[in-house]
Design a protein around this ligand. Sequence first.
Ligand SMILES: [Zn+2]
Length: 480
Amino acid sequence: MQDFKDGKLDVVVNVKMLTEGVDVPDVKTVMVTRQTTSNILLTQMIGRALRGEKAGGGTGKDYANIVFFHDTWKRLLPWADVNGGLEAERPARQGRNPMSFISIQLIKLAVADIDYKGFENADYLTFIPVGFFNCEYTIAIEEGAAEELISFEENIIIYEFNRDGYESLIKCLATQDLTAYAAENVPESRLENKAGELADEYFNTETDNFDDMLIGNIAKIIRHMAQNDTQPLFVDFHKRDAYDMDKLANELADVSQRKIDVILRNIFNDSGKHWGFFYKSYSNFKDAFDKAMNRIFIDAVDVEITPNEESADELTDEIKRQVFVRDNYVCLCCGKAQRKGVPLNADHIRPIAMGGNNAVSNLQTLCKQCNAVKSVNEVDYRVNITPLRKPKQELQMFDWVSSDNVHNSIARIVNAFYHCKAMCELRCHQRKSGQYYYVWEIVLFADNNPEWLTPFEKQLLDYVRTRLGWTHVTKIVVKN
Ligand SMILES: [Zn+2]
């Protein structure tokens, strides 16, 4: 405290220690980082800074900064009135930032590619808002015996598909007498009943309630219109087209993977753009970009199919079919399943050039990438134990392709290294709360020595962080 008084420290942080009996008269700023329902405590806390010049607060001290991290403005007002210095007309507002709200939606819907009922195969822009309705209202919240009024400013996100519904709703409410909903302490149940009726009348409760927010949103609009006697302002999301991920992917479709990563990082970090608001982290952004790229890839592949690809080995369609059926239409190396845009090959385990034949037993299902990686080697990916006696001298890395997920990319590298399907599981989490967010685990089937990969763990980590863009990963562990 002496150092603070002597000016050697700029800031003193304390918990429940400097509320009373401490005198540092020339303190100019107090940051109240805890909330309190006690007026006395609040006065004590901010009182540390409220001694002006005439009260011995130091020469020329005629103001103080009080910084709140919680909205207690309303409670502050009686005090402010006494001193006559602050205007009491507009309470501070709290509420959701529209950007963070959008971000959650995008993560839920676009990034994770979740299929919502009624939205299967929806375009990317379906879940980019067209704008929002700005609602302001005050709610009375009981706090013990006291009642506190808190004002909210919240934005209701509007999409192309629900815009009509909201506009009709507001038009209808404008003709109604909403006095019964104007009081700050109107019971939630009364509001919800009303909102429920309106939801049935103006919305498709299946698609328009995709986020379980419909009733709540309508209730907010009712409150706003009842309390303000105005319609909520519609704020157009002008820049919507600038955030079309499909468009961005199209623009970068012919750019090499390595350059794309640099370009994407620049775009993501560009303060003039809002991708960061929507996605929060670069890996979410990159994920969405990869998905968009994947869609382009799927669309393009219809044209690209090459009939001469397997001319050398004369496999009949029937033999291939038998191999695919046996292998469940899944690449035995990386685990990628056949789908539009991901063609599978029937690969010779022992290549023809090495004396292999066209028997189904000598064939295995591989995706295009794994097949290319295997080249003319004899590798049987139906086997889970490595046929190698000692580890290879180097770990070959392969370029990530847009139809890969992270499991596919890692499995291809690990399995090519062990010359069999050695990788049993990749444990990784995308969410910070997940156990394997920072430390990933590559789990091998029993009898494959995980120590073979030890010299290459750093290389694997670099690959995951820089090539795959999972920069939060700090360690990769290989185990049985
Ligand atoms: Zn594969």
